[in-house]
Design a protein around this ligand. Structure first.
Ligand SMILES: [Zn+2]
Length: 664
């Protein structure tokens, strides 16, 4: 799922652009706007709901929802047939989750009525005989009411277009399925299959999961759509989407002899030539993701989109609900069919297994089209947001839906963790990990971080527990302070020793430092050497030997690690002392990142800021004591508007300014 009318990234870029015109701290102002923007989506949240396993004494194996839905009035009459087995012995009572607003009229098994009671959003049912362990029971719950719209808007009667055409849709994730059908409301308990039959006035095209089996015109001017899904499905992925849809169809050829329908249900006014072109990417994405993750998980049925009125997208199984159509959103929801739907996070605490993966898949698709520059550019933007993440990726507070779906943490930091994993294991092993995971024992079931970590370690051939422990259960990221010096090795022609001291702070005790393999680029008079050091403490010194006299050190030059870096060259007696403070901007003009090199003769406390030509601060790059030596501060500027800026180092009333040109 992704909730953004404007893609959060675009919104963020807009923020940066806008900040140039804002009177004070533009970025902070924009963050505030953004919080309000997302906050407004969540106002309908019911009071806190916590992690909830459903009734642990039953396993649900099948849902059939036979729904009769009217728009005038907004009403749902349902018959939900649920097959379940008892998880324990002597089960004489069990419950299904069903919101109080949906009133159960009767519960039957076959033709026999069962005793039931309904309170606190639970429907308690008493079987005629206690159930033995593993014993199956099929019950049909007849119920009716106007479904509520909790969480992100679990069931909505809306409109679209200038004529206010009716539209009806569900969005159950995470806790909203019970608002419109009785269920065991837990992502861990998947049904083996499901059917959704929707009867509504003839103006509605009614869309749901799986294959469309039959459309029946009824005598009372209603029409019934029978949708049939024969793959395991989590209850929150069962959906309805209904409107006067126009259908745009494509075919995905999964092999020379096999194909699958790709069906797009759009509001007629939305199906423009441009949108068709955007939608046409879906089959290419299916090919890219098949190549990366393994076969599309629901090949015997379909993939498709159904437009809805919510600002974002939701990966309903085989039929993503979409509030807009753009490349990243299409890629995101499609990737969820593997990560989210084929393998579902077992509890919402592990939601990064859904959202981090789908967000990284957006980048993988962009990389497949635009190559390494696209990968770097996207990850650069993701990491800017990931650095703002607060708390652990393992979600601590499940009562707050906004907290579960926190974009900086669950989405961007989640994706960045996969990028870092790829940086450690390499491209080939990374693909292998994703494919093994997608085809593992957790396929068509649910998984936890530990399940994924075990597969990653197994494929890599070395334990990766340390990696997941610090990045999933720890907070923040490392800020590296690097000091280095070099000297010629006696008796060895043009060989130099580099003394590299890596200190890191994390701003938290959890973890106090990040253990990471850190790539180090040593630039010398004869060329570049890339060496990976294994950093296992908060303050560690490495001795490296290189050919040629070292001139520069770059930490993680290809951007695999979520981090900040400050590099200081300690000038030793081998070199001439730097006579005075000098400020150098490299490169200039620049496109994607700006490096300020500050050569300091005597210690002072200074502040390095980037301002626009109106004198407004765009960003503070550094504010701290500067000791004597060379300091390097690097900052990504890819998303700043093209133009002239000033980089100013201030200390007291002294200023040192260099003009900077950002070009594209
Ligand atoms: Zn998502």
């Amino acid at each position: 799922m992704i909730r953004k009318q404007v893609h959060a990234l675009s919104l963020f870029l807009f923020c940066l652009t806008a900040s140039a015109q804002l009177p004070d701290n533009g970025v902070a102002t924009c963050q505030h706007t953004r919080l309000n923007y997302f906050g407004s989506l969540a106002k309908s949240s019911r009071s806190a709901r916590i992690q909830y396993p459903g009734d642990a004494t039953i396993d649900v194996t099948y849902y059939k929802l036979d729904l009769n839905i009217t728009y005038t009035p907004n009403y749902l009459r349902g018959a939900a047939t649920i097959r379940l087995t008892s998880a324990g012995d002597n089960l004489n009572r069990f419950f299904l989750d069903l919101a109080n607003e949906m009133k159960a009229d009767s519960v039957k098994t076959g033709t026999q009525k069962l005793a039931f009671s309904q309170e606190n959003n639970q429907l308690s049912i008493t079987p005629t005989q206690p159930l033995g362990k593993g014993q199956a029971l099929t019950v049909t719950v007849y119920y009716q009411g106007k479904p509520g719209a909790t969480g992100l808007g679990s069931f909505t009667f809306g409109t679209h277009g200038s004529q206010n055409q009716p539209a009806i849709w569900s969005l159950s994730e995470p806790y909203g399925a019970r608002d419109w059908f009785p269920c065991k409301d837990s992502p861990a308990d998947k049904a083996d299959s499901s059917d959704v039959w929707i009867t509504a006035p003839k103006q509605f095209v009614s869309v749901s999961n799986g294959r469309l089996e039959r459309v029946i015109d009824n005598a009372d001017s209603t029409r019934t759509y029978r949708w049939r899904n024969r793959y395991p499905i989590a209850n929150y992925l069962i959906s309805v989407a209904m409107s006067n849809y126009a259908l745009y169809e494509q075919t995905f050829r999964s092999s020379p002899t096999d194909s699958m329908p790709v069906t797009h249900y759009l509001y007629p006014e939305a199906l423009t030539e441009n949108v068709r072109k955007t939608l046409d990417q879906t089959t290419a994405m299916l090919a890219v993701f098949t190549n990366y993750f393994g076969p599309y998980p629901f090949l015997k049925e379909k993939y498709g989109h159904a437009q809805f009125g919510w600002g974002g997208g939701m990966e309903h199984q085989t039929i993503s609900s979409m509030g807009a159509f753009n490349t990243d959103l299409i890629a995101h929801e499609l990737a969820h069919q593997w990560f989210g739907n084929k393998i579902t996070c077992k509890t919402w605490e592990h939601i990064w297994l859904n959202e981090g993966f789908a967000s990284y898949a957006e980048v993988l698709y962009r990389e497949s089209v635009g190559g390494t520059p696209a990968l770097r550019s996207y990850m650069n933007s993701y990491m800017l947001l990931a650095r703002r993440a607060r708390g652990t990726l393992f979600v601590q507070d499940l009562a707050n839906v906004n907290n579960i779906f926190d974009s900086n943490r669950t989405y961007y930091k989640g994706a960045t963790v996969l990028h870092m994993l790829r940086g450690i294991v390499g491209d080939q092993k990374f693909r292998e990990i994703l494919q093994k995971y997608a085809a593992s024992e957790f396929a068509y079931k649910a998984a936890t971080t530990e399940d994924f970590a075990a597969i990653a370690s197994q494929v890599y051939g070395k334990p990766l527990d340390y990696f997941f422990k610090q990045w999933i259960y720890g907070e923040n990221y490392p800020t590296y302070r690097v000091k280095w010096s070099s000297g010629a090795l006696a008796g060895q022609a043009n060989q130099y020793r580099v003394n590299l001291r890596l200190e890191q702070t994390t701003g938290t005790a959890n973890p106090a430092f990040f253990t990471m393999p850190v790539p180090v680029l040593v630039r010398t008079s004869v060329g570049d050497t890339l060496i990976t050091v294994v950093n296992t403490s908060a303050d560690q010194t490495f001795e490296l030997t290189v050919k040629g006299q070292p001139t520069e050190i770059q930490i993680d030059p290809n951007g695999w690690i979520l981090k900040q870096v400050e590099v200081t060259e300690v000038i030793t007696a081998l070199n001439d002392p730097v006579p005075a403070t000098q400020l150098t901007v490299l490169p200039n003009p620049t496109r994607d990142q700006l490096t300020a090199q500050i050569d300091v003769a005597g210690a002072f406390t200074g502040r390095l800021v980037l301002t626009n030509l109106a004198g407004q601060e765009v960003v503070t790059l550094s504010e701290r004591p500067f000791t004597s030596g060379r300091h390097t501060v690097t900052w990504p500027v890819l998303h700043l508007p093209v133009g002239r800026y000033n980089l100013t180092l201030t200390t007291g009333d002294r200023r040192l300014t260099k003009a900077v040109l950002i070009a594209k």
